[in-house]
Design a protein around this ligand. Structure first.
Ligand code: PLP
Length: 379
């Protein structure tokens, strides 16, 4: 039989269907019911956050964060260009300007030295992405944020379960946005969460998620009717999504452990190719633990990478590249500002390739490894 190993496969791990049936039986399909609360309590525990609100996507959580930062025309937000469009869109939707800073060539996360060079009197926040699930250097970013009175937001889309100096991703910034899209570790099809670590933002966050109303206060019996009090949108997922998500969150340790074992197997198998200079492996900073979200290789140049992707595909294994840098995208040029050189971003985006990584990869891990080694001529 012809091999086919996709890049990602959504998982059904434990109680997803049982909890969805239960949510139907309970009779509340709109959001903010029992499963939403259970998800939020679990996220608070996993992310070490004071308050979390689940959303229909990480994109929604980032948009909420941008509103909570009070961004408006003239304001600037420093972020990497090597990220998904949602990091920048959230800022642009408020009329503010994303300012793109280069990444560190070892971690592929935003480089604090480059961030420092991008600060102007108009800077209002830093949006740091935890690429491949490995947290950015948050202590150094916090130093800059404190010095210039900036908000610090984690785009932790890929990072649930990872740690930085012993502290969980999601507890490191003023706010953090997570994704539960089907390509992530913990999934609900589409899904996300915002964790909020500043008490002065808790109440407004609830209002923004509920279309700008104080509906959450009303349901807690704190006001006797609810009304429109602020800007907002419909960022709340329904209970069916929350039920699926809760079943996955319950299994977070098992999911993370399984994915880390694939990550470790890839690292060990490709070590000789790294030693011979054929590829570069992910470099895990000593102060971080990852969550096995992603495994990537850096190839010598764009041609080697294109040929590799093609060869893998011809043998039935899907190995995509990743972000097209936002500073070079049409909307990035229209809405963003790029004060410095983006040489690391440009090089990484041309040479990075991702290998299959999902909960049920199982013995196909060996097929990916042997085929990769074969194509690299290292078998
Ligand atoms: C860094 C980053 N931020 C934001 C997102 C958006 O997540 P979602 O699809 O849940 O909106 C992604 C999605 O892959 C991402 O990688």
């Amino acid at each position: 039989m012809q091999t086919y190993i996709p890049f990602n496969k959504p998982s059904l791990i434990g109680n997803e269907i049982k909890y969805i049936r239960d949510a139907v039986r309970l009779g509340q399909l709109a959001g903010d019911g029992g499963y939403t609360k259970k998800c939020q309590e679990t996220i608070n525990r996993l992310a070490g956050s004071h308050k979390s609100l689940i959303t229909h996507s990480c994109t929604a959580a980032l948009e909420m964060a941008a509103i909570l930062c009070d961004l408006g025309p003239g304001d600037e937000v420093i972020m990497p260009s090597f990220t998904f469009v949602s990091t920048a869109n959230a800022v642009v939707l408020r009329g503010a300007t994303p300012v793109f800073a280069d990444i560190d060539c070892k971690t592929l996360n935003i480089d604090p030295d480059e961030v420092r060079k991008c600060v102007t009197p108009r800077t209002k926040a830093i949006f740091a992405v935890h690429y491949a699930g490995f947290p950015a250097d948050m202590d150094r970013l916090r130093e800059i944020a404190t010095e210039h009175d900036l908000l610090l937001v984690e785009d932790a889309a890929q990072a649930l379960g990872s740690t930085y100096k012993g502290r969980p991703a999601g507890s490191l910034g003023d706010m953090a946005a997570f994704s539960f899209h089907e390509t992530k570790n913990i999934i609900s099809g589409e899904g996300g969460a915002l964790t909020i670590n500043r008490e002065d933002l808790f109440e407004r966050a609830e209002i923004i998620r509920e279309k700008g109303t104080n509906r959450s206060k009303f349901f807690r019996g704190q006001v006797d009717k609810y009304t429109w009090v602020d800007i907002g949108s419909s960022y709340l997922p329904g209970e069916l999504i929350a039920a699926y998500l809760y079943a996955q969150l319950e299994m977070e340790t098992a999911i993370r452990t399984r994915r880390i074992s694939v990550f470790d197997a890839y690292m060990e198998a490709f070590e000789p190719c790294a030693k011979s200079g054929q590829v570069t492996l992910p470099q895990v900073p000593p102060y971080c633990t990852g969550n096995g979200h992603m495994f990537y290789l850096l190839m010598k140049d764009v041609k080697v990478r294109t040929d590799f992707i093609q060869d893998m595909k011809s043998r039935g294994i899907i190995t995509p590249f990743h972000y097209v840098p936002l500073h070079s995208a049409p909307a990035g040029q229209r809405y963003g500002r790029t004060p410095g050189k983006m040489s690391v971003t440009d090089r990484i985006s041309k040479t990075l390739v991702r290998l299959p990584m999902y909960f049920d990869l199982g013995s196909d891990t060996e097929t990916v490894i042997s085929t990769t080694l074969d194509i690299l001529g290292a078998n």
